[in-house]
Design a protein around this ligand. Sequence first.
Ligand code: ADP
Ligand code: MG
Length: 364
Amino acid sequence: MIRFENVTKRYRGTSKPALSGVDFEVQRGEFVFLVGASGSGKSSCLRLILREDVPTTGRVAVLGRDLRALANRKVPYFRRHIGSVFQDFRLLPSKTVYQNVAFTLQVTGSSRGFIQQAVPEALALVGLDGKEKRMPHELSGGEQQRVAIARALVNRPQVLLADEPTGNLDPATSVDIMQLLARINAGGTTVLMATHEAGFVDQMRRRVIELRDGEMVRDEVHGGYGDTSNIPRLVPEEVRGAAAAAALTAVQEVQRQTADLSVVRAALAEELDAQRRAAAASPAVTRPAADATPQVVEPPEPVREPGVVEPPDVVQPQPAAARPAPAGPRTHPIVIPEVDVAELGVADRLGLSDQDDEEVGPTS
Ligand code: ADP
Ligand code: MG
């Protein structure tokens, strides 16, 4: 289902390859952890699987396709068979939960009937029924990640890729998300999850592929995480412009899944507009999303700290003006860079210059 054959990835301008001679195969229905310290090459692997990048040498085959041989114009159709979720959720902040999940289906031309059936099903699967009308900022971090998972699954992909999906969540919420991923896997979806967090991997007792400096050092069918002494704990992240960054990554996520540049452009304009309005409403300070607050955990203290979880039901919708003063660290005003969508390389990546409706079907 996913096969790496002696894959090496060298980024331009770097001396050391990000991946070196990586060789593994994931079978249909497996749950695989891709583990390793920050910088070990996990995200590079996932980008190769999504055909966001190609190996320098070696071969990546996904769903029976040699991705090197996959024409650019077929990439968007190929990606519809692969759901992906990320540490930063990538939701469209000015759209409701329902709209976030429905959006890519609408853009890619799914029928209204399918959307009306698939979206509630996906939301029920992740335990979010009843929250269709909430906005992302009215949800806890765990709920936002559930929306992202629902969106990733709404097209019923065969593979779900998760890149540090619990990286912005507290331990208790992370466990919930892990259980959800396990349930999705039990339903037949192949799951590949990159993480540097030891605890979950040990608890789940699933196959573990470990990378160290781009080399595969372990592939165990029921591995734990192993030696954790060298693994950096969660590190602080820059929160400046977190909302703007979230909006942009959300739009890029839509770009990833769609082939209609005009709709993407409209979505981006809408997001930038919503962000500007929000910035105008609170000119000096922006409250970062609760989960965007950097979590600084100093080794060797374990990450587990009780009492951080907000029960979903206490999260009430509030108008922006009535929101409480920022609780977390202060951030700079949102500065949204002017983005020319064409410059993001979307047209190229999505093969818009040469549209083609041909579906890339799974062959394995
Ligand atoms: P991980 O996800 O395990 O943290 P990455 O795959 O992001 O690791 O990165 C692996 C290595 O490749 C790191 O040394 C990183 O700095 C480098 N790298 C990743 N992306 C790029 C890029 N676009 N250009 C140059 N170097 C990169
Ligand atoms: Mg990464």
